[in-house]
Design a protein around this ligand. Sequence first.
Ligand code: PLP
Length: 384
Amino acid sequence: MSRGINTRCLHLEETEGKTDNYGALSFPIYQTATYAHPGVGQSTGYDYSRLQNPTREHLEKIVCSLEGGVDAFALSTGMAAITLLFELFKPGDHIITESDLYGGSIRLFDNVSVKNGLIFTHLNCSSDDVEVAVRENTRAIYLETPTNPMMNVSDISKIASIARKHDLILIVDNTFLTPYFQNPLQLGADVVIHSGTKFLGGHNDTLAGFIVTSNETIAEKLRFLIKTTGSGLAPFDSWLLIRGIKTLGIRMERAASNAIRIAEFLKTRKEVTKVFYPGLPEHPGYEIMKKQSKGFGAMLTFNVDSREHALKILSEVKMIKFAESLGGTETLITYPTTQTHADVPEEVRLRNGITPCTLRVSVGIEDPEDLIAELKDVFEKIGD
Ligand SMILES: *Cc1c(COP(=O)(O)O)cnc(C)c1O
């Protein structure tokens, strides 16, 4: 971890000085299902691509070095990553999760994981309730910080010390900030999750997921699980992720600087009743973010004064796309109520603060003047 993160996005130290692959700078796509063996009991190191593929392995090593783990796993989607990780648990295990999470994670936990016998307590992990919720059968704490979509911030080091005290695994979904801005493993987490579809891939062109861990025992179990369940990332998609990660730093910097400008602009509009961006000093998580992250990210959420205004904004945007997903080069606006969080029961949504007036923006890397100009235009139209 001695080199800077931008260098680590481009160069894998352990392969340097070698001119394998004819010296190609772009890592090859090993589009193969299987591998010929030199003889009985011998292997090139690869036997069958469900177990491992050189392109996927190269990507896993890069992501591992970015998060500072002992091993990383590349999966077909973020949800495949979380699903694989939850194979670590057995019926009767209790897990504490943040209540405001990506809608797909809530759907997985409350439908699939519960059916498999896991027991959940969902709570606001930025409060002091985490330790109180620990039971004899508690095995893990699962966080997002900032959360999707309400941007709640929790103190990773503080929760890590609770996890250590009670021998729990601390899992942090680091999709929103990426290792460029936040390194949960360095703050005491045991496992980091990513939707690689978002900022790591970064171009709205492919799906991927990652698990990174600092714990050798967990890594060993996950190696067994990925080869057994078979949701590893395909070679071509692995290559797209390797390519996307090369520009992670400059994309994150640009998108985050656009995000603060949009947050400031939204605050000036009378139709906007609240802006949730942790880079605003009035955000309750601002001081924690300054301590545990190198930047505030490119995601923001805001409330307008009526459902009608929310819907009108969605129908008036042009360059900014009304679409699900986040973390790509293009700016997207999302309506959590009918999109990302549609499957979360309404009372849970409302309790978490997601109302029909709530909109989420994933800020891209366009020129900030053009983003503000489009938003100005949209707000003028809804004022009519
Ligand atoms: C999108 C997302 C996921 C799920 O990832 P997919 O790649 O869509 O399966 C998980 N967590 C967060 C925070 C996300 O935004």
